[in-house]
Design a protein around this ligand. Structure first.
Ligand code: AKG
Ligand code: FE2
Length: 395
């Protein structure tokens, strides 16, 4: 990588931590500030209600709720449900072209298709990915069982520390003041498993086993795609994988219950992901939207496929040749939606920057160096959405 860690600046007011500094003390709990001692728009008393316990908890406590509490109102630039349907245009990549033993021309055309999807879209759908349907079902069953646990049990995993190896929470990944989002989540690290698996939920009892199998497959799939992206960029096939060191996989399980007024809020606001590649699985309920040519586009779920999107690490590594893609999740009033996002990036202590072989003579390096861990910490602590954090790194 074309970076010099010793010159890594503490840049802009956004970046407030360094690798050597201890993580900042956890900010005071915030969502509990929303405890209201009054009736909300539903005429339902929210006295003593703690939004921090999650949206699922809210609808269990107030099943008669017909209106969205105003804490969840988001000032949306446009109606999230007005987005176009893109199914016919979104690139579909047949992953069988990347398996060992696949004919050379087949691999070459897959590499080309992935390169063009990365350059034009920043996201694509994958088919023939080799992940068994039963494993996906098992993962979803364990996730449903986890979110069906009592609030007290789930709150055992609550943490204000955005770098906590395991975290149950709600809304955005932040304890700063912000309008609430209609989402509960479970986040934890994956590969390399020995660092965190002992901390993952052990209730339901099969969760760790299912999540480990699932995340192992996701890591291998991500490395296969990264190999093709490396090649497409003119790098050695193993270039990106090698740059990850032991790597860092982060699992974000998003749980979006039915929402009384889905047009007034979002499950997850517009953002780009911090890692290189995110592989997204869903429970068959639509909700993902992606920003393409400045337009929000609905990306419906197609059974048996995953959606893959580029994250900030790959935008940085490619020196801006590929862009991480902004996306968000809308909610609905009919069904609970679950999405399972596995992101794949380098070891937290890795200083990230553009790949040196990609910098031609005289070409400007577009991003300042930062460790991946610091990048995640800043990004996850922020309630500023979109690509603001990546933009703050631009030279
Ligand atoms: O729920 C979705 O479709 C998107 C989830 C997502 O973007 C994330 O977890 O980073
Ligand atoms: Fe995301």
């Amino acid at each position: 990588m074309a970076v010099n860690p010793s010159s890594s600046p503490i840049y802009s007011s956004i970046i407030t931590t360094t690798t050597t500094a201890p993580p900042p003390p956890p900010p005071p709990p915030l969502l509990s500030e929303n405890i209201k001692n009054e009736e909300n728009r539903n005429g339902v008393s929210t006295a003593g209600f703690d939004y921090k316990k999650g949206v699922k908890n809210l609808i269990e406590i107030a099943p008669e709720m017909k209106k969205l509490p105003s804490e969840f109102f988001l000032n949306l630039p446009r109606n999230p449900l007005s987005a176009l349907n893109i199914n016919d245009e979104l690139p579909v990549i047949d992953m069988s072209g990347l398996v060992n033993g696949s004919p050379v021309e087949c691999r070459a055309s897959t590499v080309k298709a992935i390169g063009s999807a990365c350059a034009l879209w920043g996201f694509f759908r994958i088919v023939n990915h080799g992940i068994e349907a039963r494993l996906i079902e098992e993962m979803l069953e364990e996730i449903e069982a986890f979110f069906s646990l009592s609030t007290e049990e789930k709150m055992r995993y609550a943490s204000e520390d955005v770098m906590s190896p395991v975290r149950y929470g709600t809304s955005l990944n932040s304890s700063s003041k912000h309008a609430l989002h209609w989402r509960d989540y479970l986040r934890h690290y994956g590969h390399p498993f020995q660092n965190s698996i002992h901390l993952w939920p052990n209730n339901p009892t099969n969760y760790r086993n299912a999540a480990k199998k699932y995340l192992t497959e996701m890591w291998q799939l991500a490395m296969r795609i990264m190999g093709a992206i490396s090649e497409g960029l003119g790098l050695d096939q193993n270039y990106i994988e090698n740059s990850l060191g032991e790597g860092c996989q982060v699992l974000a399980v998003n749980y979006y219950p039915q929402c009384p007024e889905p047009d007034k809020t979002l499950g997850l606001g517009a953002h780009s992901d911090h890692g290189g590649l995110t592989i997204l699985m869903q429970n068959g309920v639509n909700g993902l939207q992606v920003k393409h040519d400045d337009t929000w586009i609905a990306v419906p779920h197609v059974p048996g496929t995953f959606v893959v999107n580029l994250g900030d690490f790959l935008e940085i590594l490619s020196n801006g040749k590929y862009k991480s893609v902004e996306h968000r999740a809308v909610v609905n009033s009919e069904k609970t939606r679950i999405s399972v996002a596995a992101s794949h990036g380098p070891k937290l202590s890795t200083v990230i920057g553009p790949a040196s072989p990609l910098i031609n003579e005289g070409e400007e390096i577009q991003f300042r160096p930062i460790t991946y861990g610091d990048y995640i910490r800043v990004q996850q602590s922020s309630t500023i959405r979109g690509k603001t954090i990546l933009q703050a790194l631009m030279t």
